[in-house]
Design a protein around this ligand. Structure first.
Ligand SMILES: [Zn+2]
Ligand SMILES: [Zn+2]
Length: 332
């Protein structure tokens, strides 16, 4: 009898049994009552079961990613983070649902031109895990050579190395998002690609993981460098909204129709055919549907990519809760 072909669900269950980047509140709305209403215990357990997860990490933006600001220890954001940590660990019995609490901290410049992370070390130390990401950097200097400051290779490298060296930071979120200047010179590309080996070496040294963010996916060329290193990987949804979860849950319903090895076009066809089934919430807009479809296509693409490159499960931290616990315990 011919061997049954692996489906996308098999691959998702191999590599994606937990998510370390699920946003706990809409953007930066620090509204504790609203948060508790949207993410009560039942809602969390339901998500956990429907996504076949072994764990999930709820993160919050520490300050507005478009306008990051350093948060003092007594700020509302720091109180929110510590309250959320206490609340989740008090109401979520670990034998039912392993929910962890973290932060997506901003890597940024302060007005004096100092590179830093916007959350105090004492607050980061209290959480289960810290992701640090480059969003808006608060450009303090003039751009060089006509290159947008935030896309300047030297600046990208310095800012990421600063975050990697912080002992509380364990994951670099969407490491190359918006980092490349399109239609650039050969000189630019040479400089751009030369920064990554040092960054990956530092990640390895400090045991900091590389995020494969399916909402802001890395370039395949960078992913090749990651695979050639021994840096650990996290697959993250970066889910901000209920419809993102709805899309991921829906994929589990029809993902068994997508065999491993399917092309982008074949996958898209299955996704399109399932449009009606998928569109559970009639209030979802066309744009929402397009965004969610793009995210699902990325998830399908990347789990196939990892399998094609024989990436062992252990290399992907969120392939099991056991793996995750070991990763958290091995801080530098
Ligand atoms: Zn982000
Ligand atoms: Zn995020």
């Amino acid at each position: 009898m011919p061997k049954k072909r692996a489906t996308i669900i098999d691959l998702i269950d191999t590599y994606y049994r937990g998510d370390a980047h699920i946003h706990s509140s809409h953007h930066n709305t620090i509204n504790w009552q609203r948060w508790k209403k949207e993410f009560d215990e039942q809602a969390m357990v339901a998500l956990y079961r429907q996504l076949n997860f072994e764990f999930m990490v709820l993160v919050s933006h520490s300050s507005n990613p478009e306008k990051p600001r350093v948060q003092p220890v007594d700020s509302a954001v720091c109180a929110f983070l510590t309250d959320m940590y206490k609340y989740i660990h008090a109401v979520m019995p670990a034998d039912i649902c392993n929910v962890l609490v973290g932060v997506e901290a901003n890597i940024m410049y302060d007005p004096k031109g100092q590179l830093l992370i916007d959350v105090p070390d004492t607050i980061m130390a209290k959480l289960d895990i810290v992701l640090a990401s480059r969003h808006t950097m608060n450009q303090p200097f003039a751009s060089k050579d006509g290159i947008d400051f935030e896309k300047d290779p030297t600046e990208i490298k310095q800012s990421l190395l600063m975050a990697i060296a912080n002992k509380h930071v364990r994951i670099i979120g969407h490491p190359d998002r918006y980092s490349r200047v399109k239609s650039s010179s050969g000189k630019y590309w040479k400089a751009y690609w030369s920064i990554w080996p040092d960054i990956l070496r530092a990640m390895k040294q400090h045991n900091v993981a590389f995020e494969l963010n399916i909402s802001s996916p890395p370039s395949t060329r960078l992913m090749q460098l990651v695979l050639a290193s021994t840096v650990k990987i996290f697959i993250s949804s970066d889910a901000h909204y209920r419809h993102t979860f709805a899309a991921l849950i829906a994929l589990r319903k029809f993902g068994s129709e997508i065999v491993a090895g399917s092309t982008f076009a074949q996958t898209k066809k299955v996704l399109a055919a399932s449009f009606d089934t998928w569109k559970i919430d009639r209030r979802l807009s066309e744009k929402t549907w397009q965004d969610s479809q793009a995210m699902l296509l990325q998830l399908v693409y990347w789990v196939q990519y990892l399998q094609k490159h024989d990436v062992p499960k252990a290399r992907v931290v969120n392939s099991s809760y056991e793996n995750m616990k070991q990763f958290i315990a091995r801080a530098t």
